[in-house]
Design a protein around this ligand. Structure first.
Ligand code: GLU
Length: 502
């Protein structure tokens, strides 16, 4: 077989949805697995839907995700240009071929006329379809004589070129994921192939490009499955060998009801886009929310594809090795925001304390704290197991950096006892005598003192934690005080006594 060539062909109409990233990913995995080529083609023939910044966003998203483009607008390649608006001059000749061979015709109906026909049909409870049933009654080169329609062309009347859908024909075709499908052409309409603005529609443009770019497999979203019979007929009309098709299942809302949308993300607080979208109505991104691209990709890979084993954690290399279209499911995959976090947690656990400290250092710098790496590594090691994101290190350790200025009133009420002040004052003298202020040395000194005095460990430790942290949370107490140091520990105890004891 010839070399595998696949393409991801987004339209730059806004930020790229994570469903789009998954389509790109499956194309990429399929290409790599089969020693093929992965192409990025920008489909911008619908000028009314063009959104500035979207093209850059698509490329940045793929780059961040680790999906490497072989041929595209930046990469070049022998089948360029890779942006449809730059290929504009190519398409008309193909519409003409179809016209010349009787597969297409000129239609002069105005948008207003078509709208009126639709409304009329609706009133009768029907749907208007521009096809073999109606076309002879409408305003086109089939219903009009050659003299009439030529006169219209000469006068510069606007027109579109439509595909002439055959009447009552059973179209059989195959989808690699869904198997054999058959559709009767009477359910289909005479789709516009070429618009009055001189641009092709998606249907014509993508086919011409797939053909010229020698695409072997079209892997795309399920929303294009209903158009497949038309595409199959177009391939036949041109006499071209069609590629193989694979239509990917939808990404569903967390409750499984309907397609995952930005609104679901806004409601439940998770992003549905890879990167922050800064234009107009802004949108959250996985990158800015602190996800690792590897975790994001791993999560997406498993939304629709399964390896057939229990393995859940896959590097990109492992995905490439394991991937096959046969293991892509037919039904929609429910998106689970908690599972997304779980993946990030797993990837974070695999990072060393040193890596995490480096990442956290950036975060701290932005807050104006400068801490040496050795101390940061200790800190990240203390909280690593409890967190899923680097920013959570701060949520878990903010009190390491700041002396509490409020003491949780609930805890004060329940845990601050009449003798707490006296005991903590004794604790200060105990700690003052510890020369080497390590976690183990302080712990053994404090435990010996508690035992000798016959104090209740729980009450002492609660009061102690309250004055150091401000509430009852955080890692092992002696790890905390050893990190913040003797002086700071004693200051905090004294401040706590004077403020809570009042
Ligand atoms: N431009 C289409 C889209 O954005 C591409 C569909 C296809 O891959 O054929 O969905």
């Amino acid at each position: 077989m010839s070399q595998v060539r696949v393409r991801f062909a987004p339209s730059p109409t806004g930020p790229l949805h994570i469903g789009g990233v998954r389509t790109a990913l499956y194309n990429y995995l399929f290409a790599r697995k089969n020693d093929g080529v992965f192409i990025l083609r920008i489909e911008d023939t619908d000028q009314t839907r063009f959104v500035g910044g979207a093209e850059e966003y698509i490329m940045d998203s793929l780059k961040w995700s680790g999906i490497v483009v072989d041929e595209g607008i930046n990469e070049g390649g022998e089948y360029g240009p890779y942006r449809q608006s730059d290929r504009k001059h190519l398409y008309r000749q193909y519409a003409d071929i179809l016209f010349d061979n009787g597969y297409a015709y000129y239609a002069f109906d105005t948008p207003e006329e078509l709208e009126a026909l639709r409304t009329e049909s609706e009133k009768e409870g029907k749907t208007f379809i521009y096809n073999a049933d109606n076309r002879e009654k409408l305003n086109n080169s089939i219903s009009l004589s050659a003299v009439e329609w030529n006169a219209k062309l000469d006068m510069g009347e606007p027109y579109v070129i439509r595909f002439k859908m055959p009447h009552d024909e059973e179209i059989l075709f195959n989808d690699l994921i869904r198997g054999d499908i058959s559709v009767n052409t009477d359910a289909l309409d005479d789709k516009v192939l070429f618009k009055s603005d001189g641009m092709p529609t998606y249907h014509l443009a993508h086919m011409v490009d797939d053909h010229l770019m020698k695409i072997t497999h079209v892997i795309r979203g399920e929303e294009w499955l209903p158009s497949l019979p038309l595409h199959v007929l177009l391939y036949r009309a041109f006499g071209w060998e069609p590629p193989l098709f694979a239509h990917l299942p939808l990404l569903l809302k967390p409750d499984g009801k309907g397609k995952l949308s930005k609104r679901d993300g806004d409601k439940m607080g998770f992003p549905v886009f890879p990167l922050f979208w800064p234009y107009g109505e802004t949108a959250k991104g996985y990158r800015e929310d602190g996800y690792y691209p590897e975790a994001f990709i791993n999560m997406l890979a498993l939304l629709g594809w399964n390896p057939g084993t229990e393995q859940e954690i896959f590097s990109m290399e492992e995905l490439i090795n394991a991937f096959s279209l046969e293991r892509v499911g037919k039904s929609g995959s429910r998106f689970d925001p908690e599972k997304a976090k779980w993946f990030n947690h797993q990837y974070l656990q695999r990072r060393t304390n040193n890596q995490l400290a480096l990442e956290f250092r950036e975060f701290l710098r932005a807050k104006g704290f400068h801490v040496d790496m050795v101390r940061l590594e200790i800190l990240t090691g203390l909280v690593k197991e409890r967190i899923s994101f680097v920013k959570e290190i701060w949520e878990q350790t903010d009190f390491f950096f700041k002396t509490p200025d409020v003491y949780d009133p609930e805890v004060v009420k329940k845990r601050w006892q009449p003798d707490s002040e006296k005991i903590l004052k004794e604790l200060v003298t105990v700690l003052q005598d510890v020369e080497d202020f390590t976690s183990t040395a302080t712990e053994s000194a404090v435990r010996t003192w508690i035992e000798t005095k016959g104090y209740n460990t729980g009450s002492v430790m609660n009061a102690f934690r309250l004055v150091i942290v401000g509430t009852l949370r955080g890692p092992h107490m002696f790890d905390i005080i050893s990190w913040i140091g003797k002086e700071n520990t004693i200051n905090r105890i004294e401040k706590g006594i004077s403020e809570i004891g009042r």
